[in-house]
Write a new protein. Structure first.
Length: 80
């Protein structure tokens, strides 16, 4: 292996280190992974408890009047 092959390229996409941040919200909290779950569990749930939040879903369930295949159920997500 050549010496220049030991150094990872710093150009292009680079994954951030999985550092734990508890004093401020950082970009990693928006990834939908462990940091997001920890933020919700430790920061929001103690103060904003509700059955919808306790379900832990990443969507909102909305009652929809009417008939059809959905049976009056609708789920809304903000995932892109």
């Amino acid at each position: 292996m050549k010496p220049e092959e030991k150094i990872p390229p710093l150009e292009g996409p680079v994954c951030a280190l999985p550092l734990r941040h508890s004093e401020q919200i950082v970009m990693g909290h928006g990834s939908g992974g462990r940091m997001t779950r920890d933020l919700i569990e430790k920061t929001f749930k103690p103060f904003l408890s509700s059955p919808a939040l306790a379900a832990g879903n990443d969507f909102a369930r909305v009652a929809a009047n009417g008939s059809g295949e959905s049976g009056g159920r609708l789920a809304v997500s903000t995932d892109s």
